[in-house]
Design a protein around this ligand. Structure first.
Ligand code: PMP
Length: 399
């Protein structure tokens, strides 16, 4: 028998070598109790959370929690079925209405996760004979959607408008074209030049999908994302998003103005062949999305946090993913995995949780400590975070 696990031997070895140095497993952290959107008990210690995607701090919003409890009492724990059979409850329609209102768009379709939303929309829209032109740093769910749909996949260098144009121009006449972009790229925390890229895509006859997972609720005057901020939301054919970040629960969605959009409910396999979200989840999501429409003060505070942390870390001498803060994600570049894991642990001992990110999730083989800020982080907490980075950076020999 050929042991099918043998392909993972190098990874198993790398992990064993890392743990043999006495380090805590950076991918095995347990939050024993979550006290608020920004604090949890980890290893018995109160720890500031700087590695969640809870950008707008909605997980503990009293209205959101009350809506979830009410739905649990009135509709039960789960739907036990697909959206197209027994799995559409009033709450699923309500959250789709909330999304249509939030984005000002005609159609909204809710999936069980953001991963499935990308998988479903990309694989259904771009099939055999079509072309997908996408940024090389796209999220795994985008790549997997491409694979599943069997279209020709043409990647271009990250955020490179000319490279994208060149690839579009090489596509045979008459072929279907989908350009796939993200608003915020979650590893480095940088944004895409969507205005220019969408203009090029449209000039070359392509439809455009933008994944706004990390910008929803925060970026843009109404929190609709980078496309809104750059004034091009009306030119985007499909916006993909998730409930697992600013919305504060779980689920995924696509919104669109295309008049034929509703047919996707019949042909999109990751929508049809899976159970729908539990009633409590869609109720929390709908309440959260409606509150995010009035989140201007929170958005302003989150930008303030992002600017303060970026400057604080830069002044300490850390190498950051972007020259200026572009989103709620600030990435700190580590020299290698070993020292990155050491720094991660030193921060955890200080009472600060960040994300350790490594290939294949990261671009160019980088090891990153990703900090994602929350609108509920107080100014004092941000100062504490900077102090903890200063101490841990010295202990780990990074600064
Ligand atoms: N798109 C992007 C850009 C993401 O970063 C993520 C999750 N990290 C997803 C999609 C998937 O979202 P979900 O967690 O809802 O599956």
């Amino acid at each position: 028998m050929q042991d099918l696990f043998s392909k993972f031997d190098p990874l198993i070895q790398q992990r064993e070598d890392l743990l043999a140095t006495g380090l805590t497993d950076p991918f095995g952290l347990v939050m024993e109790k979550v006290l608020s959107p920004t604090v949890a008990l980890c290893n018995g210690r109160e720890t500031i959370l700087l590695g969640t995607y809870n950008y707008m701090g909605m997980t503990f919003d009293p209205d959101v929690i009350a809506a979830g409890k009410r739905a649990l009492d009135e509709f039960g724990a789960g739907t036990t079925g697909s959206r197209v059979l027994n799995g559409t409850y009033a709450g699923h329609r309500e959250v789709e209405d909330a999304l249509k209102d939030f984005y000002g768009m005609d159609h909204a379709m809710v999936f069980s996760t953001g991963y499935q939303a990308n998988l479903g929309i990309i694989s259904t829209m771009a099939g055999k004979g079509d072309y997908i032109v996408l940024d090389i740093d796209s999220h795994a769910s985008i790549w997997d959607g491409c694979k599943m749909g069997d279209a020709e996949v043409v990647p271009f260098r990250h955020n490179d408008i000319e490279a994208m144009e060149k690839r579009l121009k090489r596509i045979p006449e008459g072929a279907g074209k989908l350009v796939v972009l993200e608003g915020v790229y979650s590893m480095m925390g940088d944004i895409a030049p969507l205005r220019e890229m969408i203009a090029v895509a449209k000039a070359n006859g392509a439809m455009v999908l933008v994944d706004e997972a990390h910008s929803m609720g925060f970026i843009g005057p109404n929190g609709r994302g980078v496309a809104e901020d750059q004034g091009v939301l009306d030119q985007v054919d499909f916006v993909i998003g998730t409930f697992s970040k600013s919305v504060g629960t779980v689920g995924g969605f696509c919104v669109s103005n295309h008049p034929k959009f509703e047919v996707l409910r019949l042909v999109c396999r990751p929508y049809v062949f899976t159970a729908s979200l539990p009633p409590s989840v869609v109720a929390t999501a709908a309440t959260s999305i409606r509150k995010l429409m009035h989140g201007a003060d929170k958005r302003a505070h989150l930008w303030e946090n992002s600017r303060t942390l970026h400057k604080g870390l830069k002044d300490l001498g850390f190498q950051l993913g972007t020259d200026a803060p572009q989103s709620a994600i600030i990435s700190v570049i580590m020299p290698d995995l070993e020292r990155g894991a050491g720094m991660w642990e030193a921060l955890l001992k200080e009472g600060l949780y960040v994300n350790l990110a490594r290939p294949p999730a990261t671009p160019a083989g980088m090891t990153l400590l990703r900090c994602s800020l929350c609108a509920e982080h107080s100014a004092d907490q941000v100062q504490t975070i900077i102090e903890r980075f200063a101490r841990a950076g010295k202990v780990a020999g990074i600064i």
